[in-house]
Design a protein around this ligand. Structure first.
Ligand code: CMP
Length: 139
């Protein structure tokens, strides 16, 4: 079993897609280990996306991620990191496969409905950024 981290982003929460995205995730065999709704502060969003700090879209990404509530998720299944990226689809919805969350619900490459960790090492860092070890059943 592997854990991964996901965010249902402000665009998808605001347009009422939270339930549909959670259903899709569960249908694909993920167990929801921890889940919390939150409105990210600027410093939380900046820290989370610090690896993108030098990218031209960084300021805009931080503004987007703080514009409204998000849903933070710790998810578990076999091969969770890779499988969630399949469920999610390509970063740019124009390139996302049919039936993926981003193909179904994303508005643009930035407002792309959902985040999922890109590797097991990143998942560990991202899970620990938002959830404590009790919430992650790691005690
Ligand atoms: P995410 O998977 O959360 O990781 C980084 C985020 O930056 C990405 O989803 C998009 O929301 C955003 N992003 C990535 N590339 C671009 C881009 N070229 N222009 C604007 N936003 C982007």
């Amino acid at each position: 079993m592997q854990k991964t981290f996901s965010i249902i982003k402000p665009d998808a929460v605001a347009t009422g897609k939270t339930g549909k995205i959670l259903s899709l995730i569960e249908e694909k065999g993920f167990r929801i280990v921890a889940m919390r709704m939150a409105k990210l502060s600027q410093s939380q969003a900046e820290g989370f996306y610090a690896v993108h700090a030098e990218r031209p879209f960084y300021r805009s990404l931080v503004t987007f991620m703080t514009e409204g509530p998000v849903v933070l998720l710790a998810l578990e299944r076999e091969d969770a990191v890779l499988k969630l990226r399949e469920v999610m689809g390509a970063t740019n919805p124009a390139n996302a496969a049919e039936g993926t969350v981003r193909k179904l619900y994303a508005e643009s490459i930035e407002r792309n409905a959902m985040h999922g960790s890109d590797a097991p090492e990143t998942a560990a860092v991202e899970l620990a950024y938002f959830f404590n070890s009790i919430e992650l059943n790691q005690l």
